[in-house]
Design a protein. Structure first.
Length: 133
């Protein structure tokens, strides 16, 4: 079971109150909050015409990025990394096959997006390493 610090709990509670959607996990940096929402709740979290996200971003004063959790590991990985052409899991390592043009999207500036993905996988799927080819 994950434990969250008081700041993370406050951010999660605020988002859940604004969107009426349960958050499974949350990570953030200086500019962005990343929420992992329960399966099937992505549309509700976004809201009609993105209204819930816009309200939450104004209230929390940060950009918000959503990912959808799934108890099916393959689906969860596809939700986190839709750019993956294929992937396989060996032990606790995820091997991704990604087109060269899509690698910057997956990795992000200074590896930031990949680090977020890695953290969500480690905390929610017992995958401790991600390798891209």
């Amino acid at each position: 079971m994950r434990t969250f610090d008081s700041q993370t709990i406050s951010v999660i509670n605020t988002f859940e109150t604004l969107t009426k959607v349960n958050v499974r996990d949350c990570l953030f940096d200086n500019k962005t909050i990343y929420f992992l929402v329960e399966e099937g709740m992505m549309g509700k979290a976004i809201g009609k015409s993105g209204q819930n996200i816009k309200i939450a971003e104004k209230f929390l004063k940060k950009n918000i990025v959503l990912f959808e959790w799934s108890p099916d590991l393959n689906k969860f990985i596809k939700n986190l990394i839709p750019e993956a052409k294929s992937f396989r899991i060996l032990s606790e390592t995820l091997f991704l096959q990604i087109d060269k043009k899509d690698k910057p999207l997956v990795i992000g500036k200074n590896g930031q997006k990949l680090n977020i993905i890695r953290s969500f996988l480690e905390r929610n799927a017992n995958i401790n390493e991600v390798r891209i080819s």
